[in-house]
Design a protein around this ligand. Sequence first.
Ligand SMILES: NC(=O)C1=CN([C@@H]2O[C@H](COP(=O)(O)OP(=O)(O)OC[C@H]3O[C@@H](n4cnc5c(N)ncnc54)[C@H](OP(=O)(O)O)[C@@H]3O)[C@@H](O)[C@H]2O)C=CC1
Ligand SMILES: CC(=O)N[C@@H](CCC(=O)OP(=O)(O)O)C(=O)O
Length: 338
Amino acid sequence: MKKVSVIGASGYTGAQLVSLIHQHPDMELVHTFVSENSQDAGKSMAQLHGSLAHLHQYKVQPINELVLKELSQTMDLVFLATPHEASHDWMPVLSSGNARVLDLSGAFRIKERDVFANHYGFEHTAAACLDQAVYGLAEWYSEAIAAAHIIAVPGCYPTASLSALKPLADASLLDTSVRPVINAVSGVSGAGRKASLTTSFYEVSLQAYGVLGHRHTPEIEAYLGTPVVFTPHLGNFKRGILATITVKTAAGTQQSDLNAAFRQAYGNSPIVRLRESFPKVDDVAHTPFVDLFWKLDEQSGYAVIASAIDNVMKGAASQAVQCANLLCGLPSEKGLIL
Ligand SMILES: NC(=O)C1=CN([C@@H]2O[C@H](COP(=O)(O)OP(=O)(O)OC[C@H]3O[C@@H](n4cnc5c(N)ncnc54)[C@H](OP(=O)(O)O)[C@@H]3O)[C@@H](O)[C@H]2O)C=CC1
Ligand SMILES: CC(=O)N[C@@H](CCC(=O)OP(=O)(O)O)C(=O)O
């Protein structure tokens, strides 16, 4: 049994991790943490989340540098489900021992440090950890993930977008002179558990945000290798992301080429479901799956691809567990699909 701790366990992705690790056959959840001065310190997961009302045994404890050091030496795996800056600050100590660290924040996803000043609002000073970190897009970097000490689990929109676009880029089916256009709608859980006016029930209504400046644009571009136009939207539902992506395909591309590219990329990936019609958000809500469907207009060369995920699962927690499985030499879907 691998010994596991979750930091940031009271949040949406942290609670999802607790639930997944609790039911994982090869993992034992030893500790759960919140911040040092958290109002929730001492509460059980059962008290914090109604859906975990059966999990009285896990009590969230306050984290500090001494505890982090101890975790780095005593745990096999530590998940950081914390804000970007907290992950950034904790990583050097946490990754200094044998424990392998899986960070769900954006703090270690991109190698260029100026992206953090421009898009995240802080200076990145943990250069050695950034160099070491491996991007945890499980279907695409499984070998590097298996050998890594630090995993930067991808963002939710990048997971939906890259899962749809990488098979075409890999097969050289994109006309890269025309930027892929990604329009994606997320449920409100994407914004985290803290109360805010923009995510309150009365205020939320389908709306674009972060237009031409969202921090996921450089993340998508870094791992696709080509620029994109990305527009996120907040939707009035709880869980899930639907990304509808328009691309110009390389001259002469046929529908059968697209079909072959997706089959080639995901033929052996149980987490990715190649659909026969356009997926709905509810098809994937609360599941670890990525659902994909696509259609090409052979006359114009434009194709539309739809990618649906649950933002808290494949967009964060279940993808982190996929990476943890790979680190442990297990099939990436272990404990996630019945
Ligand atoms: N929600 C989503 O769909 C996705 C989120 N992510 C990323 O995952 C991370 C967690 O997101 P999410 O679960 O939504 O966030 P939440 O706001 O729901 O939860 C954040 C958690 O971190 C704790 N926390 C806050 N500050 C610190 C600190 N300094 N040290 C330790 N713990 C701290 C909070 O508890 P307390 O404040 O009480 O200490 C809480 O447990 C973020 O980086 C987010 O960007 C990534 C992909 C998708
Ligand atoms: C609806 C909503 O607000 N979504 C979040 C994305 C959450 C996520 O995946 O991302 P990070 O780990 O990169 O923060 C946002 O747009 O900031």
